[in-house]
Structures are given as C-alpha cells and as structure tokens.
Design a protein around this ligand. Structure first.
Ligand code: FAD
Length: 518
C-alpha cells in the first residue's frame, strides 16, 4: 500500500463528477499539491543487536531500508495519512523483522526482552486508532514485527467446520484458501482487501456481513499466542465452563499481551446464492425500528445497513454515485447469502416484516450498486484530502433505548467543534437484539492545521459518546487514540486488571508500549 494513501495506487479513483460538483458547491475546491517525500529518520537501534537477530531469522528477514520502514509507519486513519502527507515519520520503526513461524516470533520476543527493544506486531497496517504508534522512549529501539510471511492455512476440519489460519493472511488470501475447500469465513470489513486474520482477532473486528456470519471474535474458537512469558494455546472444545474464557483476553489485546500466531475459526460453506437489495424508509427512526424488529424476531438477513437522511441524500452507500440523484428518505441495504431455498425463505419473511412496517422496496439495483462499490470508499477519502476536504469516520455502539441520545450527542459534538457547514453522515451497520452500532462519516473544509482540527472534533465526539454511556469503540479498537476514554468505560478496577495481565505476560513491557492500556 502507498504510505500516505489507501490501497493499490493503480486503483486510486478520481472524484466522480457529481461528487466533485457537490464538494465545490459546499466547501470550494482547494487542490493540495503532493509534498516532496521526506526521508525516514536513521535507525536508532544498535546495528549489533540487529545482527544478532539476523543470525536467528536470516539477514533477509531483518530489514532497515527506508522504503519498508516508511510503509510500516503508523496505520490508515486520517490523522495517520495527514502526518505522512506532512512528512512526520516520527513513528517509523528502526527495523522491520519478518518471522516465518511461531518459534521465530518467540525468538524475536526473547531477543526484544533481552535487549529491551519495543516490538509492534504488524498485520495489514489498517489500524485507524493509532494501534501501530507505540511509544519508544526508554527502549533501545523499536521494531515492527511484520507477519507477512505467516500466510498458511494450517488445518481444515470439515467435520467440525473449523479452519486454522496463520495471522499474516489478508482477507482475500484467507478466503481464497478456504474457497478451495468449499468454505468461507464470511468476514468482510471495508478494509478486507488489506487487513489480516491476526489483525481481525487483535482488534475484535466486525465485517459488513456481521448480521449473518457474526463479528470476528464470535467466529474464533481457538488461538495460539507467543508472549514474552511463553506460549498460550486456547480452544479445546466448542464451549466450556473452565473458568473465565481466556480467549477473550487475547481477542482485542492489540498486540499488547502477545503475538497471535494462529487462529482457529468457525467456517461456513461457500454460499450458492447472494442477493442484495434496497429499501427506502421515511426516516432514520423508522428504519432503525424496523432493524430492531427483525433482530428481536431472529430474522436478520446476512447484511443489513441503514443510512440516515444526510448519508442517503449524498448517496454514500453507492460510491460511484455520490452527489448524484438520491432516492430520498433513508436507504437500507439488505443482503441474503446461502442455499437458494434458505435465501428465498429468509428473504420472503424479511420482506413481509419490512413491507408491513412501511418500508418501500427499491429492488436489487441499489443492492448490486452497494455490493460493487463496497470496498471503494476509502479511495475517495484520498481524493477528498487532495482537494482540501477533511474527511474521517468514527464508530460507537449502544442499546436501542439509548440510540437517539447517542446519535444526537455525537452529531452535536462534531458540528459544535467543526463549525457551520460540517457534513455529518451516519449509518447503522451492525445490529443485535439489544442494540446497534452507529458509524459516522464527517467532512468539513480542511483548515491550515487540519490534524489539530480533526483531533479536537474527535475528542468532542469521544466526550459525547462517554457522556451518554455508549462504548468508545464497537469495532475499531482502542489503540492510542481511544485510550483516554477507556477508563471511563471499564472503570478503575477494569484498568488494573488489564495492567495485571500485561505485567504477567509481558513483564518488561516491550510489546506495543503505550497502546491499549491506560
Ligand atoms: C478504510 C478502512 C476501513 C475499515 N473498515 C473496517 C470495518 O469495516 N470493520 C472493522 O472492524 N475495522 C475496519 N477498519 C479498521 C481495521 O481494518 C481493523 O482494525 C483491522 O482489524 C486491523 O487489521 P490489520 O491486519 O490491518 O491490523 P494492523 O493494523 O496491522 O494492527 C492492528 C492492531 O493489532 C495488532 N496486531 C496486528 N496483528 C497482530 C497479531 N498477529 N498479534 C497480535 N497483535 C496484532 C497491532 O499491533 C495493532 O495494535 C477499517 C480501516 C480502514 C483504514
């Protein structure tokens, strides 16, 4: 991936004419010329230490060249991209090390403890919460532990319907290996093309088909983890009562407790049929009530998403048509995947409920359009930053009874911080019997110091989320960006439990220092 943009440079998309027209009208165009590339700070770690590591891993797997270190600097949040665009490479690792096996990972950790070097596990580098921005002060250096060589499908159990995957497999690579066995994982976050199996587990990711397949943490049945204190292997039965579920200690641990070296997941058969369609609702409140009804009736489709009035008005769910003619009201996308008879039965039952509640079917065209562009929106963010528009997303979740307060609170906080003319768009993309997540997209004309402009707005939104008692993150994880709000959510004793686990598994604190734990 390009260090300061999303994805494959060959797929970079210009703003569609309709979107460009909309931006020009609302914010004005302010083309920002690309800045010349800045050089990466020289590695600060003693070369002799790297030579020692090279003897274990092989010299070709201990890299210090500028290009690879630049590519392993930070993640892909808008602040990360703005820092890279401004030539701020302070978070660059001194070296990128590439273990090939669990034992290699254990050897890197032993080396790091011996020499007090900080280690940042790196999967796909798509973190949007500063999960790759570890602290380096007090350490002899900082290395990126790049899992790119660990890409095997280790085992498939067709009887139990489980598969064991190595952490460095990106979404499409994992799906291709499983497809050869007639299987799918069904985990499709918007970052699917670049994020990895280890990253999904380490951040408790949630995909666009979460209503049908479940969040990533719900798919995990077992884990193998290398920690500075030794190996942990968990998951010997489909369910157990053997004390607290320790898999949950490592799911969402963001590289602070250990390096996940294998993940055993529940898998499904590749669906024979996939159908997506659109619905229109008079209002966000009506559409959300319909989602709640489906969830509480046990009738959720595989995909269900609902855009609010503002998001529908600019067609965000259909990246090719942003700024074009909108259907009006609030757009819902529903999707069904499975055997044809099961798809037909579920679709008929959901259709009856949605029609009965006042939804208007728009047929399959909007669904097909959403499915075609479902991984494209991140490319548009780069095009918007190029023309001087500050754009970023944030997410949270709450119970149904608190949804309206959360929606209003976050919207008011963002508008209050970013000022008149701010575009605040929202959709619901993950629903449960008891509640849902809200995902906001925010746009405003970029100020001279757009990084500070966004950090102030994000802090205001996080305060509002905390004030209404919602979660600081439903699926993006804590990283460094959400850390100041974590204690309010889990309490002082919750923080000390996390610190105790850290002290036990990583007593010298070399793993991702400063990430996750307040
Ligand atoms: C455009 C865009 C769209 C996104 N859409 C979604 C979405 O739809 N749903 C969603 O859930 N998230 C989404 N994200 C967030 C991000 O993709 C997820 O957090 C993802 O799960 C991270 O995976 P990764 O492999 O890129 O991990 P990285 O970014 O490399 O790492 C994330 C964190 O996990 C740690 N880590 C990585 N691998 C391991 C390992 N093997 N063992 C221990 N720790 C490890 C890292 O140290 C870091 O703290 C999106 C991000 C972007 C930029």
């Amino acid at each position: 991936m390009h260090p300061s943009r999303w994805g494959d440079p060959a797929r970079a998309t210009a703003l569609p004419d309709t979107a460009r027209g909309l931006i020009e009208m609302v914010f004005g165009l302010d083309e920002r010329p690309a800045l010349p590339e800045v050089s990466v700070p020289a590695p600060a770690v003693e070369p002799a230490l790297l030579t020692e590591l090279a003897e274990t891993l092989g010299a070709e797997h201990v890299l210090t060249d500028d290009d690879i270190r630049r590519l392993r600097t930070g993640g892909k949040s808008t602040p990360d991209l703005l820092r890279q665009r401004a030539g701020d490479l302070d978070d660059a690792p001194d070296a990128v090390v590439r273990p090939g096996t669990h034992d290699d990972v254990a050897a890197v950790l032993a080396w790091a403890v011996k020499h007090h070097v900080a280690v940042v596990p790196f999967g796909g580098g798509t973190s949007v919460t500063g999960g790759l921005a570890a602290r380096r002060d007090g350490f002899a250096g900082l290395v990126s532990l790049d899992l790119i060589r660990m890409k095997r499908l280790l085992e498939v159990d067709h009887t139990s319907m489980t598969a064991t995957l190595e952490p460095g497999l990106r979404g499409p690579e994992a799906e291709a290996l499983l497809a050869a066995e007639g299987l799918t994982l069904g985990h499709f976050p918007q970052s699917f093309e670049y994020a990895t199996i280890g990253g999904f587990a380490a951040t408790r990711s949630s995909g666009q088909s979460s209503a049908g397949y479940g969040r990533f943490d719900a798919l995990v049945v077992g884990l193998r983890v290398a920690t500075p204190s030794g190996e942990v292997s968990l998951g010997s039965a489909p369910a157990n009562a053997a004390g607290p579920d320790l898999r949950q200690v490592f799911l969402g641990s963001e590289g602070a407790f250990g390096v996940i070296t294998a993940v055993t997941v529940r898998v499904r058969r590749v669906p024979a049929e996939k159908v997506y369609e659109g619905w229109r609702w008079p209002s966000f409140v009506d559409g959300a009530a319909a989602m709640r009804t489906l969830a509480q009736a046990g009738l959720l489709p595989t995909v269900i998403r609902l855009s609010d009035e503002s998001e529908t008005a600019i067609n965000l769910a259909r990246p090719d048509e942003i700024g074009g003619q909108s259907a009006g009201g609030c757009m819902m996308i529903t999707g069904y995947e499975g055997e044809p008879e099961a798809v037909a039965a579920k679709r008929a039952a959901v259709t009856a409920v949605l029609s009965g509640l006042g939804g208007e079917s728009l047929g399959e065209e909007p669904g097909a359009s959403w499915a075609k562009g479902r991984f494209d929106a991140p490319y548009l963010r780069d095009s918007l930053l190029d023309v001087g528009v500050l754009v970023e997303t944030l997410e949270t979740a709450t119970f149904w009874s608190n949804m309206d307060a959360l929606y209003a609170g976050v919207r008011a906080a963002l508008e209050g911080s970013l000022g008149e003319g701010t575009m605040v768009l929202c959709h619901i993309s993950h629903v449960y019997e008891t509640g849902c997540s809200l995902y906001f997209t925010v746009a405003q004309k970029a100020a001279e110091d757009s990084l500070s402009q966004w950090l102030a707005a994000k802090a205001a939104a996080c305060d509002a989320i905390t004030e209404v008692g919602a979660t600081i993150t439903h699926h993006h994880a804590v990283g460094t960006d959400h850390k100041p709000w974590l204690a309010a959510e889990i309490g002082g004793i919750g923080v000390s439990v996390l610190r105790a686990v850290k002290a036990d598994l990583d007593p010298s604190g070399v793993l991702n220092p400063g990430v996750l734990i307040p």
